[in-house]
Ligand binder design. Structure first.
Ligand code: NAD
Ligand code: WQD
Length: 339
């Protein structure tokens, strides 16, 4: 079995990806210091797959301890690097913490990939690298605008670092995956998103409101120039994202890549408004949501959604789930975890 190192394997997207990797015959080891997670996803993974995943509780910004993992595992064929801090708002208040954590982790991993000869490297990037994009849908060649937050800058800088490092680390091939708005949960309701701090993203805010953890929620603005006045985003199911990682790794292992660094957008390619998302939730759950219309949220772009043709053409990937599947699985997960 080919061994893959997943960083941030106890986090939201990492844990779902591990399930898909195991299903596709990979052996997985994880590194996660639980900066934004706990050990529960490891038992969720075990329940779904029957496999126990070893997690190294190591801070990736610690170079010595990170190198030790590679010394102990000389047979790693690929790295999927999810580990990062990801809150846009927190990054504005704590830029030093964000830069230290996200940049040092990525740097240490890149050094290890080079030193230990790991040939395949997949990096979690984000639609936030596009900033306030001037064209829609965004393609991988859409010009990147100024980062709107230190978090987004860590993703832009991570991408730039990889492009530069690739010139020296010639034996390693890289894929940069730019996710749009990841949401939803594993269909078994055994894994899902478990924010350790107060949820800020739309889908967990909706499910937390419906279950009663919040009295009500606010739609941030209904006076935008969109079909119903609320913002448009590209909500992508986490299991579709997981599939894209497995396919990216298989693509690199089969040496199908044409360039040493390739970049792919991962979204459903269609925009959904906030009010449409709420409507989809009410329809799939049968529950009326207590929401009110409030002012616009600072920093929100009006609309952003992906063109994913490149991932479709090269990786053979396309999303299989829509906003209804997202709401159904997110709701089932919320009901189960709130018990
Ligand atoms: P998450 O917070 O659920 O998972 C990240 C995991 O990394 C956590 O378990 C955390 O404990 C771990 N981690 C963080 N810093 C670490 C360090 N220094 N050493 C070891 N472990 C560390 O986040 P997620 O939603 O699963 O996101 C995964 C990746 O995808 C991140 O890089 C994120 O920036 C990116 N991304 C996420 C979204 C989103 O909306 N969820 C969108 C676009 C991109
Ligand atoms: C979606 C829409 C809100 C909460 C963020 C990051 C981005 C990427 C994905 C990491 C917006 C509206 C939300 C609420 C609302 N992450 N909303 N009421 O801001 O598109 O993207 O996650 O890389 O970098 O910025 O996601 O889920 O916060 O918001 O009306 O209580 O829902 O205004 O239009 P966002 P979100």
């Amino acid at each position: 079995m080919q061994k893959v190192l997943v960083t941030g394997g106890c986090g939201y997207i990492g844990s779902h990806t591990i399930v898909d990797l195991i299903k596709n015959g990979f052996e997985v080891i994880s590194v996660d210091n639980h900066l934004n997670s706990d050990r529960k996803p490891l038992s969720g993974i075990r329940k779904i797959t029957g496999k126990t995943v070893k997690n190294y509780k190591v801070d990736l910004s610690d170079r010595t301890r990170t190198r030790k993992i590679f010394k102990e595992n000389p047979d790693i064929v690929g790295i999927i690097h999810f580990a990062a801090l990801k809150s846009v708002g927190d990054s504005v208040n704590q830029p030093l913490f964000y830069f230290r954590n996200n940049m040092l982790s990525t740097l240490n991993l890149l050094e290890c990939a080079h030193e230990f000869g790991v040939k395949n490297f997949i990096f979690s990037s984000s639609c936030s690298v596009y900033g306030n994009s001037k064209e829609l849908p965004v393609t991988e060649t859409t010009e990147l605008q100024e980062a709107e937050s230190p978090y987004a800058r860590t993703k832009q800088m991570g991408e730039h670092m990889i492009h530069d490092v690739a010139k020296e680390a010639k034996k390693t091939n890289f894929i940069l995956l730019r996710y749009f708005n990841p949401c939803g949960a594993h269909e078994s309701a055994t894994l899902g998103e478990s924010p350790t701090t107060k949820a800020q993203n739309l889908v967990p805010v909706i499910t937390e409101t419906a279950i009663g953890k919040r009295k009500s929620m606010t739609v941030f603005g209904d006076d935008y120039d969109t079909r119903d006045g609320s913002c448009i985003r590209d909500y992508i199911h986490v299991m579709d994202l997981a599939d894209a990682h497995t396919k990216s790794l298989q693509y690199l292992l089969k040496k199908k890549n044409k360039q040493q660094v390739e970049t792919y957008n991962l979204g459903i390619g269609d925009g959904v408004t906030v009010l449409e998302a709420i409507n989809a939730f009410e329809k799939t759950s049968g529950k009326k949501l207590n929401y009110k219309i409030g002012p616009r949220r600072a920093g929100d772009v009006v609309a952003i959604y992906a063109n994913f043709d490149a991932a479709n053409k090269n990786l053979g990937w396309s999303p299989k789930r829509d906003i209804n599947d997202i709401m159904k699985t997110a709701w089932e997960w919320e009901m189960k975890r709130s018990k």
